[in-house]
Design a protein around this ligand. Structure first.
Ligand code: ATP
Ligand code: MG
Length: 338
């Protein structure tokens, strides 16, 4: 083991299920101490990837080093470094919160004289002290997720892997989870999380890999990723009549030399910071050509724009009934392979 090694170093990792390639040769280097996000839609290969990191699934090919060590050769050493919070909540409903934690402490061979104090600490961290002796099955979704989180920390892992830690949580519980994850990270834990939520990746992660159909589309800090879209601001026009959207894009190109993308009634283009004042000229020109727009808006690039740029698809194609705002949730249902 080396202090200088990456927390996780993934090289040409492939996982096939029969003929189907779930993970198609990815390379990733996750640094010690960072919060690293694997962002992608349903079926992108997120869970498959982290299950291989954790040694729960054998790669078809490729290598994974954890702190410079290979799982195959250093299984026990590596496993003791890793904590996992699974995508599905797996607390034992008929056991109390305290009993759930005790089972995990035993499973991970927490030293006997530390078990009680670690459980007390975990209950405090999860804000479940008053519910410690109540059956976990009676807990709300948010409480169960908090119990899951501290359960995955009971053996004090150096690297914590969280598979969609906030999917299905309401806004309040979600931001509470973010605070807890940041706190763990401040205390020195490297965090790897998967998410379908753009906002979550943006707010929480130091770096993000955008993954789709088993391959990585881009890796970088949120700021770096947003630069892929371009420097400046995104101008978004919604055409009154969708049939006229291509004509609006054509006008932007011919009159203002702006390359615009059309998706349904929506036309987007990037306007450089020093050209923002052309906005009034644009609306004037559209007016003269009787190309009516229902709305005009200007915003700094978001990860949403990045995903659209990288994959040509966006959230407005899908309806979202999730508790999370539609804007932060372009991925739900996009991939359609499930
Ligand atoms: N054991 C398996 N056998 C066959 N196909 C599988 C298996 N596990 C996963 N897959 C397929 O591999 C692809 C990637 O699945 P994976 O669970 O890694 O996606 P994900 O990004 O975690 O998606 P979600 O956001 O829905 O959890 C999917 O198309 C899935 O159906
Ligand atoms: Mg998954």
């Amino acid at each position: 083991m080396s202090d200088h090694a990456a927390a996780v170093e993934i090289t040409r990792l492939v996982k096939k299920f029969g003929d189907f390639t779930a993970v198609g040769g990815i390379n990733l280097s996750i640094k010690q101490g960072e919060i690293f996000g694997i962002l992608g839609p349903n079926g992108a290969g997120k869970t498959t990837t982290i299950n291989m990191i954790l040694g729960l699934l054998t790669p078809t090919s490729g290598t994974i080093l954890i702190n410079g060590m290979e799982m195959r050769r250093h299984g026990a050493n590596v496993k003791s470094l890793l904590g996992l919070m699974t995508q599905e909540t797996v607390v034992e409903g008929d056991l109390t919160a305290r009993q759930n934690l005790r089972i995990f402490a035993d499973l991970y061979h927490v030293p006997k004289d530390e078990v009680d104090s670690r459980i007390e600490l975990a209950l405090q961290e999860a804000d479940l002290v008053d519910f410690a002796d109540k059956q976990a099955g009676t807990f709300s979704g948010g409480m169960q997720r908090r119990l899951e989180l501290v359960k995955s920390m009971i053996q004090q892992p150096k690297i914590l892997v969280l598979d969609e830690p906030t999917t299905g949580l309401d806004v309040q519980n979600r931001s509470g989870m973010w605070t807890r994850i940041k706190e763990l990270n401040r205390n020195g834990v490297t965090v790897i999380l998967t998410t379908q939520y753009l906002e979550e990746a943006d707010v929480l992660c130091d770096r993000i890999a955008i993954i789709d159909h088993g391959s990585i589309k881009a890796i970088g800090t949120p700021t770096e990723l947003k630069r892929i879209v371009g420097k400046g601001r995104i101008l978004e026009l919604i055409a009154e009549d969708p049939a006229k959207a291509p004509a609006i894009a054509a006008l932007l190109k011919s009159h203002f030399r702006l390359a615009a993308e059309v998706k349904g009634d929506r036309i987007t283009t990037v306007i450089e910071e020093n050209r923002i004042d052309i906005l009034t000229s644009i609306t004037g020109a559209l007016d003269r050509k009787k190309l009516d727009v229902a709305s005009v808006s200007l915003h700094l690039p978001t990860l949403d724009d990045v995903f659209i740029k990288l994959t040509g698809a966006g959230m407005r194609d899908t309806a979202s009934n999730d508790a999370v705002s539609a804007r932060s949730n372009i991925f739900r249902g996009m991939s359609g392979r499930r």
